[in-house]
Design a protein around this ligand. Structure first.
Ligand SMILES: Cc1cc2nc3c(=O)[nH]c(=O)nc-3n(C[C@H](O)[C@H](O)[C@H](O)COP(=O)(O)OP(=O)(O)OC[C@H]3O[C@@H](n4cnc5c(N)ncnc54)[C@H](O)[C@@H]3O)c2cc1C
Length: 382
């Protein structure tokens, strides 16, 4: 079954579950080789998934944020790197559908390309500016020419770079205070990928450097202006905690299967009968339940809010990311304690989850910024 035939969320989740099991089967090899899950991305495209956040008026399904996080979570149960990779594309398209920040002409062109399988992601991070959420001005430059703009610079952490068709590149307009996003087609002269991704976490995301050398883009491809560090509330970023929650559930599943089958000769039965093991399994379940309820309720709140109400959800969105990601971290730790030293074996998926879940700390928004926002909100309202 493809996504076009899956009308309910349950049906869509079933389609994703089948794919996600295949992603799991491929994950260890991609991780060891630090390669890229090309097959997974191709399957997601062929299934129709990569079009699900396009608006109905352009032939898409316009799935809700709640549906998106559920589906992303299911991908991550199979493979976190695939989930984080495709999550950027899905989320960015959802954001564009909701906010219509680009000109109608450019947006329609992208929608048509996405229907043919095109993939996009933002290239915002840089060696000198670090996380763009901190408010640093991009060192990548845009210079006005007769034809349009000339871009020069280097972006780090460009997830999914092996297969992206478009990069949304942040740059500073030379000799001005203007900062904005430029839509850059992969095939343009001067666009290069340097394979720098050597992270121990999320090794299969292909988050290499994007290097731009005198890349000429059309005037209309200057798609958006913004003030660094001052982006509005972004519901779509909940694909990030959804990813880490999926990894946590994969760890829980593995630990429980292990506990139900491991029977050392010091006991009769399996270790799942032992109170200390049950304590950890119970704690994992409690933590996952808390994470799910928080994530789902804020996603649903976003879906049912007006544009104006959504602006006020910024603190909650950050809180969800903080809480769910750290909870996912805790669940993976508990799962490893249930399994014991075998969890550290290279053959064991738990060691991959342990490394992958750690990447969540360095996806936006950063924990310290969220706590600051929550503190200011609490002080202002009490
Ligand atoms: C798996 C993965 C995928 C990613 N995918 C993408 C992507 O597709 N596109 C993209 O653009 N980016 C992506 N990123 C990059 C990400 O959004 C961050 O830009 C990147 O992780 C760097 O963040 P940082 O906090 O380590 O860096 P920095 O901002 O350099 O911070 C390093 C440390 O310095 C401190 N610090 C720095 N500045 C400040 C400040 N102003 N105030 C307080 N403390 C500060 C903090 O303690 C921080 O821990 C990805 C990252 C990861 C891990």
């Amino acid at each position: 079954m493809q996504f076009q035939e899956a009308t309910t969320l349950e049906e869509k989740l079933n389609v994703m579950k089948i794919m996600s099991e295949r992603f799991f089967a491929r994950a260890a090899k991609v991780d060891v080789e630090a390669s890229f899950p090309f097959e997974n991305i191709e399957e997601l495209k062929a299934s129709g998934y990569t079009q699900l956040t396009l608006p109905k008026e352009f032939g898409g399904e316009e799935i809700t944020l709640y549906e998106l996080v559920r589906l992303q979570e299911q991908i991550a149960i199979g493979d976190g790197a695939t989930a984080l990779s495709i999550g950027w594309h899905m989320g960015i398209l959802k954001n564009l559908a909701e906010k219509r920040i680009w000109s109608e002409e450019v947006y329609k062109r992208i929608v048509e390309d996405v229907k043919k399988g095109a993939l996009l992601n933002g290239a915002a991070s840089e060696p000198q500016t670090g996380s763009p959420t901190r408010g640093g001005k991009p060192t990548t430059t845009a210079t006005k020419t007769g034809k349009g703009w000339v871009l020069n610079g280097r972006k780090t952490f460009t997830t999914m770079s092996p297969v992206l068709d478009y990069f949304i590149v942040s740059a500073s307009v030379i000799d001005s205070d203007v900062v904005g996003n430029f839509l850059v087609r992969r095939s343009l002269p001067g666009v290069e990928i340097e394979e720098t991704w050597d992270s121990i976490a999320m090794r299969g995301t292909g988050s290499h450097d994007l290097v731009l050398k005198d890349v000429v883009v059309e005037s209309e491809d200057f798609v958006e202006r913004f003030v660094p560090g001052k982006k509005s509330a972004n519901g779509w970023m909940l694909h990030i905690p959804a990813c880490y929650l999926g990894i946590a559930q994969a760890a829980q599943k593995y630990a429980i299967a292990f506990a139900k089958s491991y029977s050392p000769n010091s006991i009769s039965g399996t270790i799942s009968d032992i109170p200390t093991v049950q304590q950890r399994i119970g704690e994992m379940e409690l933590t996952i339940l808390e994470a799910k309820h928080f994530l789902y309720s804020v996603a649903k709140q976003w879906d049912s809010s007006t544009e104006e109400e959504r602006l006020r959800l910024n603190a909650e969105l950050g809180a969800v990311k903080h809480s769910v990601t750290n909870k996912a971290f805790h669940v993976v730790d508990l799962a490893m304690r249930v399994v014991g030293a075998r969890s550290l074996s290279q053959q064991n998926p738990l060691q991959r989850y342990y490394r992958d879940v750690r990447a969540g700390l360095h996806n936006p928004p950063m924990d310290d910024m969220t706590i600051q926002i929550l503190a200011k909100k609490a002080i202002a309202s009490n």
